[in-house]
Write a protein that binds this ligand. Structure first.
Ligand SMILES: Nc1ncnc2c1ncn2[C@@H]1O[C@H](COP(=O)(O)OP(=O)(O)OP(=O)(O)O)[C@@H](O)[C@H]1O
Ligand SMILES: [Mg+2]
Length: 270
């Protein structure tokens, strides 16, 4: 088998007395797409932050194309190379956007950093168009944009870097269904054209079923189920995955019975 693009092996992370990750391992192939679902606090963002290098695991390894993704990068070239390996779009992009800089200027800055010496005007227009932002949004300030528009600025900025791996941490949650479909289609196209691989962290089982070939289900910092997305969603084996599926609102759905079933699930193992 070919070497995976991303390999995450045996991650453990504890915050004080809180075990946030317990033996998390998975791989992502070149051009692959892996969904991560699981309840709030199950360790999804922690996993993403460790893959990115924002945080260090207590034990375990993250490698990209067989090279350690150490959180300590020396020098500018090394940092830029690291940024082109993995980009992330977080749930709340207001925190990651400079409030004084317009989306157009953010994209220009990013492109200048990664691809110096060329004119980026057309690429900026293309990126804005791809995420469905117009001239007005491109020249405004982040606080003048809606949450969904800011989200799209963050997605455009990540795409501008042309990363090997793009992590979307609830990054399409705030988008209305039409824009969400546009972004998901864009990501699917880019995956085909460029081989970009995705890690899709989401609560939305509809989104993962559309966007991810493989799926892992996390609970209490552990992976409780994994497999091809369709298989996991149609033939869940773990009671928690079944509960997740039963929790999707639909006609006749009763929140009280879901809450009861959730209480009856076994707690974290040893
Ligand atoms: N910097 C931190 N300091 C202390 N505890 C943390 C920190 N970051 C995360 N945790 C804890 O680690 C656990 C996993 O958090 P994480 O953010 O990875 O969950 P998540 O699966 O992303 O949840 P959500 O779906 O709500 O985003 C939680 O118990 C959380 O409280
Ligand atoms: Mg999270």
């Amino acid at each position: 088998m070919a070497e995976p693009l991303l390999e995450v092996a045996g991650l453990y992370k504890t915050y004080g007395s809180v075990p946030a990750l317990r033996d998390v391992s998975f791989t992502l192939a070149e051009g692959g797409s892996l969904g991560i679902v699981g309840e709030s606090g199950s360790g999804k963002t922690t996993t993403a932050r460790i893959v990115l290098g924002l945080e260090r695991a207590d034990t375990g390894r993250v490698t990209v194309r067989g090279r350690d993704r150490s959180p300590r990068r020396r020098g500018r070239a090394e940092r830029l190379r690291g940024a082109r390996e993995v980009q992330i779009v977080f749930q709340d992009p207001l925190l990651s956007l400079d409030p004084r800089i317009s989306p157009g200027a953010v994209l220009r800055e990013t492109l200048r950093l990664h691809f110096p010496g060329t004119d980026h005007t057309r690429r900026i227009a293309q990126l804005l168009d791809q995420v469905g932002l117009g001239e007005r949004e491109a020249t405004g300030l982040p606080r003048q944009l809606s949450g969904g528009q800011r989200q799209r600025v963050a997605i455009a900025r990540a795409l501008a870097v042309e990363p090997s791996i793009l992590i979307l941490d609830e990054a399409v949650a705030a988008l209305d269904v039409c824009v969400q479909a546009q972004i998901l289609n864009l990501l699917a196209d880019l995956r085909e054209q460029t081989g970009t691989a995705y890690l899709f962290i989401t609560h939305d089982l509809g989104v993962v079923s559309q966007a991810a070939d493989h799926l892992i289900v996390m609970r209490h910092g552990q992976i409780v189920e994994r497999g091809r997305t369709e298989q996991v969603l149609t033939e869940p084996r773990h009671p928690y995955t079944r509960l997740l599926l039963d929790s999707v609102p639909r006609p006749g759905w009763r929140p009280e019975s879901i809450a009861r079933a959730r209480r009856d699930l076994p707690g974290p193992a040893g």
